[in-house]
Design a protein around this ligand. Structure first.
Ligand code: CAA
Length: 382
C-alpha cells in the first residue's frame, strides 16, 4: 500500500527545520534581500544543526539523509527564504560528485575535514559560453606528469566567493565533447584560482554568486574524480539527485505565497466584506492550493523513487520543472491577491516572485527539464 505518512524521525526533522526557518531565517529574510547580505552567521547555525551537508553519510561527518528527508528540510527552509536555502544546500550539490565518483580514500580526505566544521563548497559546471549545453564546456585540463593544469572560467557559481572547496568539470579535449569531460576537486588555496565580484541578482539575494577563474591551476592526478571522460555522466547523475530538492525549494516558496495570500484575504476588505468572500479570490486560492499540493507530491514521489535506488532522471526533472513553474505562478497570484500592496517591497510577496523565477533557471533550465522528460518518455515507447 502506498503511504504518505511521515515517520516520527521525519516529523522531527521537519519540525527542526521549520523552527530554524521561522526563528533564525525569516526575521532576516527581507533585510538580506534588500541589502543584499550573505548571512554567514545563519549558515553557520544551519551547519551546527546538521541542516547543511544533508547527503553526506554520517561516517564522513554529514547528516546521512535520504533525498526525501532532505526535501522535507529544504521546503521548510525555503518557506522562510529561497536565497538562504540555496546557499545552505549548495554543499549537497558540490559534494555529490565526490560521493558518486570519489574513491574511499578521496572521500576520507575531502569530506571528513570539510564536514568536521563549517565550510562551503561550490559546484563548477556552468560557463559564460553556455549553461544548458553542458557537454560543450571549454575549461581545459591538460595533463602534465602527475598533475593537470586547469584553465578556464565558470559563471553563476553559488557560494563561490565563500567556498573552500570546488568540484570542477573540465575537458581534456573539446573534440571529445561529453566524453572528454573530467571532474576534479580543487581547494580554494590553489594558486591561480580566483573568484569574481558578487553578482547583483534579481532574487536569491541572500545567496552569493560569482565567476570562478582557473589560470594555470595545478591539480594533482590524485584529486581527479573517476576516470578521464567520466565527468559528464557524474555531473548528470549529480543533478538527478539534486533537482528534486530544487522541487522542494520551489514548493516552499509556493507554500509561503499561498500562506501570505490566504491570510491577507481574510483581513483585507472590499465591497464591504473580506476579499476571501469574493469568488474571484477563492478561485485564485483554490488554484494556488492545487499547484502547491501537486508540486509537493511530485517532489515527494521523485525523492521516494531515488531513495529506493532508482536513477530518478525522469521523476526529478518532472518535479523540478513542475514545482518551479508552480512557484512562479503561485507567487504571481499572491501578488495579484495583495493588489497594489503586493507590488510594494514593504510586503513579502514580491520577493517570492523574484525568488521563484530562479528555480525555473538553475540546476538546468526548465527547457532542459522538458528535453530530459521527453527523451526519457520517448525511450519508453521506442
Ligand atoms: N545519468 C547518467 N548519464 C547520463 C545522464 C544521466 N542522467 N544523462 C546523460 N548521460 C550520459 C548519456 O548516457 C551519454 O553517455 P554515452 O555517451 O556513454 O551514451 C552522455 O551522458 C551524453 O548524454 P547526452 O547525449 O544526453 O548529452 P547532451 O549533450 O545531449 O546533454 C543535457 C544532455 C540533458 C541537455 C545536459 O547537457 C544537461 O543536463 N544540461 C543542463 C546542465 C545543468 O543542469 N546545469 C546546471 C548547473 S548547476 C546550477 O545551476 C546550480 C547552482 O549553481 C545553484
Amino acid at each position: 500500500m502506498a503511504d504518505f505518512s511521515l515517520s516520527a524521525e521525519q516529523e522531527s526533522l521537519r519540525d527542526l527545520a521549520r523552527k530554524f526557518a521561522r526563528t533564525e531565517m525569516a526575521p532576516h529574510a527581507a533585510e538580506c534581500d534588500r541589502t543584499p547580505r550573505f548571512p554567514e552567521e545563519i549558515y553557520r547555525k544551519a551547519f551546527d544543526l546538521g541542516l547543511m551537508n544533508l547527503n553526506v553519510p554520517v561516517d564522513y561527518g554529514g547528516s546521512g539523509l535520504g533525498v526525501f528527508e532532505a526535501c522535507l528540510i529544504v521546503e521548510e527552509l525555503a518557506h522562510a527564504c529561497g536565497g538562504m536555502t540555496t546557499s545552505v544546500i549548495a554543499n549537497c550539490l558540490a559534494l555529490e560528485p565526490i560521493l558518486l565518483g570519489g574513491t574511499p580514500e578521496q572521500k576520507d580526505r575531502f569530506l571528513k575535514p570539510f564536514c568536521a566544521e563549517y565550510n562551503l563548497a561550490s559546484f563548477c559546471l556552468t560557463e559564460p559560453s553556455g549553461g544548458s549545453d553542458a557537454g560543450s564546456l571549454k575549461t581545459r585540463a591538460r595533463r602534465e606528469g602527475d598533475h593537470y593544469i586547469l584553465d578556464g572560467e565558470k559563471c553563476f557559481i553559488t557560494n563561490a566567493p565563500h567556498a573552500s572547496l570546488y568540484t570542477v568539470f573540465a575537458t581534456i579535449d573539446p573534440a571529445l565533447k561529453t566524453k572528454g569531460i573530467t571532474a576534479f576537486v580543487v581547494p580554494r588555496s590553489a594558486v591561480g584560482l580566483s573568484t569574481g565580484k558578487d553578482e547583483e541578482k534579481m532574487g536569491h539575494r541572500a545567496s552569493s554568486t560569482s565567476t570562478v577563474r582557473f589560470e594555470g591551476v595545478s591539480v594533482p592526478v590524485a584529486d581527479r574524480l573517476g576516470e578521464e571522460g567520466a565527468g559528464f555522466s557524474m555531473a548528470m547523475r549529480t543533478l538527478d539527485q539534486t533537482r528534486t530538492p530544487i522541487g522542494a525549494l520551489a514548493t516552499g516558496i509556493a507554500q509561503a505565497a499561498l500562506d501570505h495570500a490566504a491570510a491577507y484575504s481574510l483581513k483585507r476588505q472590499s465591497f464591504g466584506k473580506p476579499i476571501s468572500e469574493h469568488q474571484a479570490i477563492q478561485i485564485k486560492l483554490a488554484n494556488m492550493a492545487q499547484s502547491v499540493h501537486a508540486a509537493r507530491l511530485l517532489t515527494w514521489h521523485a525523492a521516494w523513487t531515488i531513495d529506493r535506488g532508482a536513477k530518478g532522471t525522469l521523476e526529478s526533472s518532472i518535479a523540478k520543472c513542475f514545482a518551479s513553474d508552480a512557484a512562479l505562478h503561485v507567487a504571481d497570484e499572491a501578488i495579484q491577491t495583495f493588489g497594489g500592496y503586493g507590488y510594494m517591497k514593504e510586503y513579502p510577496v514580491e520577493k517570492l516572485l523574484r525568488d521563484a523565477k530562479l528555480t525555473q533557471i538553475y540546476e538546468g533550465a526548465n527547457e532542459i527539464q522538458r528535453t530530459v522528460i521527453a527523451r526519457e518518455l520517448l525511450r519508453q515507447y521506442a
